[in-house]
Design a protein around this ligand. Structure first.
Ligand code: AMP
Length: 114
């Protein structure tokens, strides 16, 4: 857990461009954006991967999506469209092992993703 970069952002030990915060959730702009809007939405508790989620986390995970919806609306991309992605483990591209929902928008996306 000590190598959890996102816990350091929550603790303000590492700077971030924070766009939303409440008791349970933090959202900040990705340092290497893959779209004009690229925000990461994270729980404040340490959960390594989707595989570590418990039934008791259901409400918290749902909240990540509601925060994504709010940010998409406030950034004006809710009608044009956006993508939310959560990578699980290295094979899917996960590099930070603290679950995070990517909110991407402001351009067109293709399918399937790479
Ligand atoms: P993933 O590859 O799904 O684990 O996503 C990790 C994301 O965290 C990547 O998109 C990185 O660009 C982003 N990231 C890494 N370090 C930072 C940081 N200090 N501040 C903001 N975003 C970061």
């Amino acid at each position: 857990m000590s190598d959890d970069l996102f816990l350091k952002i929550i603790a303000r030990e590492i700077p971030a461009d924070i766009v939303y915060e409440d008791d349970e959730v933090l959202a900040f702009r990705d340092i290497n954006p893959q779209a004009p809007l690229h925000v990461l939405i994270i729980p404040k508790v340490h959960i390594r991967t989707i595989n570590d989620l418990q039934p008791t986390d259901a409400e918290l995970v749902g909240k990540l999506f509601l925060v994504a919806q709010d940010i998409a609306r406030s950034e004006g991309i809710d009608e044009s469209g956006y993508r939310v992605v959560m990578n699980c483990n290295a094979g899917a591209g996960q590099t930070v092992f603290h679950i995070h929902l990517h909110l991407l928008g402001g351009r067109d996306f293709t399918w399937p993703p790479g």
